[in-house]
Design a protein around this ligand. Structure first.
Ligand code: NI
Length: 227
């Protein structure tokens, strides 16, 4: 399941993130790659233990924490500290699957990558190419969202970033371990959550069916969640 999170960063927050990362030194993106993806990846990245990545990453994490849609869609247990990359002219990331487990450098912190997140940090009309192409059961999904928007997709999916042909693509990317490991179970919970919210908006939170359905949501989450 692909889920777009519109306006994760507002304009002021986006500008703040860009000011921090644009002023920082960038390095070859292959410093974070596994062996297979290193063969396919040509981009630049902020050093993950650098001050700029930490500062900008904290801003992204704060925005995630303030997004009910992000929480409902991902049911996050552990979130890897956000990283930042950019693709200049001709740069690309060929088809790959993300590593199953991500270990934070120098720390005893590891995340099973259930979901991958990209936060777009450049206006879509300022670059050509640089599409995130994700293969799922319904074929290829091509994703290029406005700056400040995010997309969440299964880390198990084959995906790539097409070559940039004009301008520069700038993004934050990271992985998270969900409380609900199974993508299909998480999808059921997300659909139920959205429907309960819309029924509650009409009938009120104290409606007997809304209360029972809310109970169903939490009892399914109780069966499926690791916390
Ligand atoms: Ni990837």
């Amino acid at each position: 399941m692909l889920i777009a999170i519109p306006d994760l960063l507002d304009a002021a927050t986006l500008a703040n993130v860009r000011a921090i990362i644009d002023a920082a030194p960038w390095v070859d993106g292959n410093v974070t790659s596994g062996h297979q993806s290193a063969l396919a990846k040509r981009n630049e990245q902020l050093p993950e233990d650098g001050a700029a990545a930490r500062e900008a990453g904290k801003i992204v994490l704060d925005a995630l924490a303030a997004s009910p849609l992000f929480f409902a869609a991902t049911l996050p247990l552990k979130v890897f500290p956000p990283l930042f990359n950019r693709y200049g002219l001709g740069q690309t990331f060929g088809t790959h699957v993300d590593n199953a487990v991500r270990v934070q450098r120098g720390r005893d912190f590891r995340v099973r990558a259930d979901l991958s997140v990209t936060v777009f940090l450049e206006d879509a009309d300022r670059y050509d190419g640089g599409d995130l192409v994700i293969e799922d059961l319904f074929g290829e999904q091509r994703v290029k969202l406005p700056a400040g928007h995010a997309v969440v997709y299964p880390s198990s999916s084959l995906h790539r970033v097409t070559p940039v042909t004009r301008g520069r693509r700038v993004a934050s990317f990271f992985w998270l371990q969900s409380m609900v490991r199974d993508d299909a179970a998480r999808r059921i919970l997300f659909d139920l959550d959205r429907s309960v919210q819309s029924v509650a908006a009409v009938r009120g939170n104290d409606d007997a069916d809304v209360i029972r359905l809310t109970g169903v949501y939490h009892n399914l989450l109780r069966r499926w969640a690791d916390a």
